[in-house]
Design a protein around this ligand. Structure first.
Ligand code: GDP
Ligand code: MG
Length: 602
């Protein structure tokens, strides 16, 4: 397809404002699917994505649209992931497009997530086409929303399309506006092939599928292509696009988005952001912006039932086939037995993998405290002659007298937040050892830049940021290297027994606050027993925080908690039958949920 007939765009919308419905409509109107096939929403297809309202993997659909000028255009609609953990994938998806539809609910108006995404889109020089959706609703106030788009986001909305993805109003107009307003891609079809790897995933029938945006040249079936950053060469055996059904093509030319397969077995060989070129006639330079994404958050995953270990191994291996950004290796723990030490892009990524293991593979798991990677300089070489170690697991922390220095990763964080929430966000950053670098205002919004230790961010920073700003703050970060810190290992003791799954590395200055928060939460999370249970946080032998769960009296239980007791008994029976969801520590039972919940800071 000639460049002038191609339009590449994404859709930006707050959850529930109608992104998926609109996408379905566009597909329907351009004949991609029959009405019957439309019964299931096409774009988000993972359960977790649906429930959380975020897209985890990018999807693209190609639409053939004959415009009023009589010309048939090729529209490539790209869905983008929506969370900071996947910021790099988002940036590559956006880099593959020239424009975006900004969908705003006519009854709800501009909301937080919209802002964050629009600004990213603007940064990629996108042409933004505002669409005011759900105008069929009685509560719709399209004119107010139009003004809001102009005031809050600062883009011209005078030509915003008024639409209803539900009834179909405005959909034809949207297609027309896409063609008119969104610029055609630029590129040189005659130049040596240069294509950006936007996404890759494992398909049981096709093997590794690679989503590409061709920048220059042509990608053909039968071509030898070189991955410029990975340095590997592969033979392209399929070229095609999704309509959304798979359609095989002979080639993809400059400006087009589509997929290829090249007999690749492992997604790890097809890294997002890599540049694909012709092996025989290579491009001189790879595309800018390639980044090798590395796991930054590590935690242990252990089966509640030790017999599930092999099943856990198989399940993790299967998930890994589709996601090269997480890593795993076996780990043994005194209290938890055999499990895996896994690395993730962030806390949401961790939760998604954990949830999929639980849901799709029916495994009960215990997750240990997430940790970043520390660099430790030893005072003396260890028996292998090593003086520097990378610490992924607090359990492997050497004795304090063996540590010369310990360093932690820092990030440079950019936070956008409406003025009214700025105060509480600055305090949050301050509490997390942040160093303010810059503070500016754009419209009614503040932009704050902070240097922060990653360790203070991985637990719940994003959640806190969102709740303190009612969802309006957005956050993005890049890693800026390691810095020495006064870091110590904090252990948690339940009934005098150390619970290694909960031990974590903390800064000495914030240890007491962390320790206190942890024991207070555990007090709420661990059910009462027939005896008193002390809960302590300690550094070395020194207790820094302590709570006690008082004993429950037998007679009181029977009388006052009659109903509860039957329920509890039922629960216990169920647990005995199926899998025990409690973990025994000495004589104390800790519910599975407590492990994750305890790590969330109040
Ligand atoms: P997404 O989260 O942005 O993908 O939103 P969905 O497309 O899943 O839509 C969220 C809800 O809004 C669904 O129940 C849709 O049926 C409904 N919806 C979408 N567009 C419209 C519309 O134009 N009018 C009305 N009344 N409801 C709509
Ligand atoms: Mg959706």
């Amino acid at each position: 397809t000639p460049l002038s007939r191609i339009r590449n765009f994404s859709i930006i919308a707050h959850i529930d404002h109608g992104k998926s419905t609109l996408a379905d409509r566009l597909i329907q109107l351009t004949g991609g699917l029959s009405l019957r096939e439309m019964s299931e929403q096409v774009l988000d297809n993972m359960d977790i994505e649906k429930e959380r309202g975020i897209t985890i993997k990018a999807q693209t659909v190609r639409l053939a649209y004959t415009a009023q000028d009589g010309i048939e255009y090729e529209l490539n609609l790209m869905d983008t992931p929506g969370h900071v953990d996947f910021a790099y994938e988002v940036s590559r998806s956006l880099a593959a497009c020239e424009g975006a539809l900004l969908v705003v609910d006519a009854a709800q108006g501009v909301e937080a997530q919209t802002l964050a995404n629009v600004y990213q889109s603007i940064e990629h020089d996108h042409e933004i086409v505002p669409v005011i959706n759900k105008i069929d609703l009685p509560a719709a106030e399209p004119e107010m929303v139009r003004k809001e788009i102009e005031d809050v986001i600062g883009i011209d909305a005078s030509e915003a399309v008024l639409a209803s993805a539900k009834t179909g109003i405005g959909i034809a107009e949207i297609l027309e506006v896409i063609v008119k307003k969104i610029p055609a891609p630029k590129g040189d079809p005659q130049a040596p092939l240069k294509a950006m790897l936007v996404d890759s995933w494992y398909d049981p029938y096709l093997g590794v599928v690679i989503l590409v945006r061709v920048i220059d040249g042509v990608m053909k079936k039968g071509q030898q292509i070189k991955f410029m950053n990975a340095g590997t060469t592969h033979l392209v055996d399929r070229v095609g696009c999704f309509r959304p059904k798979i359609e095989q093509l002979n080639d993809l030319s400059a400006g087009e988005i589509g997929f290829i397969t090249a007999q690749i077995k492992d997604v790890a060989q097809a890294r997002v952001g890599d540049t694909l070129t012709d092996a025989k006639r290579p491009a001189l330079q790879a595309l800018e912006g390639f980044k090798e994404v590395q796991p930054v958050v590590f935690c242990g995953l252990f089966p509640v039932d030790a017999n599930d270990f092999e099943k856990l191994r198989e399940s993790i291996s299967k998930l890994r086939l589709n996601d090269a950004s997480f890593s795993f290796e076996t780990e043994t723990s005194a209290a938890l037995g055999f499990g895996f030490r896994c690395g993730f892009l962030g806390l949401l990524h961790l939760e998604i993998i954990q949830e999929r293991l639980t849901r799709e593979y029916d495994l009960d798991l215990i997750t240990t405290a997430p940790s970043v990677v520390y660099e430790i300089e030893l005072t003396h070489p260890d028996p292998a002659g090593v003086t520097q170690i990378e610490l992924h697991n607090p359990a492997d922390m050497p004795e304090p007298n063996k540590i010369a220095t310990i360093s932690e990763p820092w990030i440079n964080a950019t936070i956008y937040v409406p003025d009214e929430y700025l105060g509480s966000i600055l305090k949050l950053c301050q509490d997390r050892r942040g160093i303010q670098k810059n503070l500016t205002y754009v419209g009614g919004r503040a932009q704050a830049t902070y240097e922060l230790p990653l360790n203070e961010v991985v637990f719940d920073f994003y959640d806190r940021l969102k709740s303190l700003s009612k969802g309006y703050a957005s956050f993005d970060y890049t890693q800026i290297g390691y810095r020495e810190g006064d870091l110590v290992k904090m252990g948690i003791l339940v009934n005098e027994e150390p619970v290694d799954a909960l031990s974590m590395i903390v800064h000495r200055g914030t240890a007491e606050v962390r320790g206190r928060g942890m024991v207070e939460r555990l007090k709420e999370l661990i059910p009462r027993h027939l005896f008193k249970i002390p809960i302590q946080a300690a550094i070395g032998g020194k207790v820094i925080a302590r709570e006690t769960i008082s004993a429950m009296r037998k007679d009181v239980t029977a009388k006052c908690y009659g109903g509860d007791a039957t329920r509890k008994k039922k629960l216990l029976e169920k647990q005995k039958k199926g899998k025990a969801k409690m973990r025994e520590y000495g004589s104390v039972s800790i519910p599975q949920e407590a492990f994750i919940a305890a790590l969330r800071m109040g």
